[in-house]
Design a protein around this ligand. Structure first.
Ligand code: KG4
Ligand code: ZN
Length: 338
């Protein structure tokens, strides 16, 4: 069965076609980042309106480019949350309506389950059970995954999500939106020895995270070293590097603790922040030392995309799941509720 997946939870319209047994057939993405950049962040109403404009033409082109027609589609998966309510409504309405018109089942997909399963789209697939670190703009989660839909939350951020901390710190340093990739690029030229930021909550037991203190550390370093509120690129780069190192170390330490406490050997890392190269290399080193195995999605499937939604939806449809005719997008939705 070929499944059409639609992602529209934030500022990316993603569409994809996935077929159980054959794999990912095609995918395409439209990013609204440029439109939101002038406002310094995502403007929810503009996001919803843009999804309306992009989704149908993207689906149309995806089918044409894949030499397929609506008749070839056996099911539709759409992101139903968590995310921006208006943006979710668009993808859900379009996905549900298409499925109805085509006479095929539809399934509502949890955005974070999409991220979590994205590494399974790669050639080297992690076997269950594994530990998943999900790091995105809205969430930082450590999860024990025993199978599709079998998720036990081990830890989460008690304040800012990792991506949110990247974005806020980037703003502080005068970088544009989206801040994560810009901060990471700036950190490349930073001196790692100039500032040492705290590794929040690592000396306490447990697997929760806290990132808002790092943002404060960055602000303090900036204020202390600025002259009349002015700062040069070198200072910003050194702060960016200290921030990135602190996030990478903290994530790595908590992942190591999760592996040791559960006795599991496989770690899966996904979500927008997993595109960060320093975080990837820090985790790679840690997992090698632990003699474990590490799995990432390819870079383009770390951040939001339609492929992960088509994939998660295809698995759920194959398991006999189906969502009703009414749509019920949820801005907040815990993975543990699945
Ligand atoms: O998963 P995602 O695309 O959307 C959400 O579900 O939130 O994640 C977006 C987040 C943003 O906060 C963005 O700044 C961050 O991922 N991000 C990065 C990098 N690429 C994206 N953060 C650090 N380094 C990167 N290379
Ligand atoms: Zn996401």
């Amino acid at each position: 069965m070929i499944v059409l997946g639609i992602e529209s939870s934030c500022d990316e319209t993603g569409v994809a076609l996935y077929e159980n047994g054959r794999g990912l057939l095609s995918h395409s993405l439209y990013s609204q980042a440029e439109m939101h950049a002038q406002y310094g962040g995502v403007v929810p109403e503009l996001a919803s309106r843009d999804h309306i404009k992009r989704a149908i033409p993207l689906i149309d082109k995806l089918l044409k480019d894949s030499d397929l027609t609506a008749e070839d589609i056996g099911g539709v998966a759409y992101t139903a949350g968590p995310g921006l309510m208006g943006a979710l409504m668009v993808g859900a309405s379009i996905g549900r309506s298409l499925a109805y018109a085509w006479g095929v089942p539809a399934v509502a997909v949890h955005h974070m389950e999409g991220h979590l399963l994205a590494p399974l789209l790669e050639e080297r697939v992690p076997e269950f059970p594994f530990i998943a670190l999900l790091v995105s703009g809205g969430h930082t989660l450590l999860i024990r995954v025993d199978g599709v839909g079998e998720y036990i939350e081990l830890g989460e951020s008690i304040d800012d999500a990792a991506g949110e901390a990247f974005d806020k710190t980037a703003k502080l340093l005068g970088l544009g939106y989206p801040g994560g990739p810009a901060l990471s690029a700036l950190a490349e030229s930073g001196n790692p020895a100039r500032f040492k930021f705290p590794r929040p909550m690592v000396d306490r037991p447990g697997l929760d995270f806290s990132f808002s203190g790092l943002k404060t550390a960055a602000r303090n370093a900036l204020q202390k070293n600025s002259i009349d509120g002015e700062f040069d690129k070198e200072l910003a780069a050194d702060i960016a590097r200290a921030f990135e190192d602190a996030v990478a170390d903290t994530l790595s330490l908590k992942c190591r603790r999760a592996l040791r406490e559960t006795g599991l050997r496989r770690l899966v890392v996904a979500g927008g922040v997993s595109a960060n190269s320093r975080i990837r290399s820090t985790l790679t080193e840690m997992v090698a030392k632990e003699q474990g195995e590490l799995f990432f999605p390819r870079l383009e499937f770390c951040t939001d995309n339609g492929a992960m939604i088509a994939f998660a939806g295809a698995l759920r449809l194959a398991a006999g799941e189906e969502s009703p005719l009414s749509i019920q997008p949820k801005a907040r939705w815990s993975l543990a509720d699945l």
